[in-house]
Design a binder for this molecule. Structure first.
Ligand code: ZN
Length: 221
C-alpha cells in the first residue's frame, strides 16, 4: 500500500479475518505518510515518525506480524523501477501466497478522486508480482542478495473499479474500527463511526451482508 492507514481503510475487516483464521500477514508500505497533515508548519520527519508508530499500532490490532516501510516520498509517489525493485525485494523476502494492493485502474468515482499514490502503488505492486518477482534475471542484484524468485498465486485489488469478490466483515468490523482508531493523526472517532460502518453496509447490502469489503480477485495459474 502507499500510505500508513490504506490497508486498514480498504481491507481492515478482511485482514482481521485472515489473521483470525491463521494466515500470516506482513505489510509493505511504500511511504512514511510524511505529507499527511494539513498544518504547513509541521516538520515532515516528525509527521513520518508519528505515522509509522500509528501504522505499527494498527497492524498489531489486526494481528499483522511484520510491517516493512520502503521510505519513498509521500504525495509524489511514482511508478518507478526503483519502487518495483523494492517491492520485488519484499515479495521475495516474505514469499506470500497472496498480495493485496490498491486497484491502479481506479481513477475516480462519484464525489471522489483516487489519490495518485494509491494508483502508483497498485500499478507497481502488480508489475512486481508479475513478472518481476518470478523471473530470476530481472533485478539480478536481488538474487545476489540471496533472494530467490517467488510466484505469487493470488492478488486482491482493494477499492476496485470492478468488484469480483466480497468479504463478509460483519464479525470483524469492530476490529477494523479499532485498528483505524490507531491512526489518531488522520481520523476522528466521530468520522470513523459515521463513515466506516456506512461504507461497509453499502458494499454488503446488494448481496445481503450487513458489512463487507470488496476486491477484484486475480488467481494466477
Ligand atoms: Zn492513502
Amino acid at each position: 500500500m502507499a500510505h500508513p492507514d490504506d490497508a486498514e481503510f480498504s481491507a481492515g475487516g478482511t485482514l482481521a479475518r485472515w489473521s483470525r483464521e491463521g494466515a500470516r500477514i506482513a505489510y509493505c508500505v511504500a511511504t512514511d505518510g510524511d505529507k499527511g497533515t494539513s498544518d504547513p508548519g509541521r516538520d515532515p520527519r516528525v509527521v513520518a515518525e508519528e505515522r509509522i508508530a500509528e501504522q505499527r499500532a494498527a497492524a498489531r490490532v489486526l494481528g499483522v506480524e511484520e510491517v516493512l516501510f520502503l521510505g519513498h516520498p509521500d504525495g509524489v509517489l511514482q511508478p518507478s523501477l526503483e519502487l518495483r525493485r523494492d517491492i520485488v525485494r519484499v515479495i521475495r523476502l516474505v514469499r506470500p501466497e497472496a498480495v493485496l494492493t490498491s486497484d491502479p485502474t481506479r481513477r475516480f468515482g462519484p464525489g471522489y478522486i483516487n489519490h495518485p499514490d494509491h494508483r502508483a502503488a497498485g500499478e507497481v505492486a502488480l508489475d512486481a508480482v508479475y513478472p518481476s518477482a518470478r523471473d530470476p534475471l530481472v533485478f539480478p542484484e536481488l538474487v545476489e542478495e540471496g533472494l530467490a524468485p517467488h510466484r505469487v498465486t493470488q492478488v486482491f485489488l482493494a477499492n476496485p473499479a470492478e468488484a469480483t469478490c466480497l468479504v463478509d466483515i460483519s464479525g470483524t468490523l469492530e476490529r477494523k474500527l479499532e485498528a483505524l482508531r490507531q491512526h489518531r493523526s488522520q481520523v476522528t472517532e466521530d468520522r470513523l463511526r459515521e463513515m466506516v460502518p456506512r461504507r461497509a453496509a453499502e458494499v454488503g447490502a446488494p448481496h445481503g451482508l450487513a458489512a463487507a469489503e470488496a476486491f477484484h480477485h486475480i488467481r494466477l495459474g
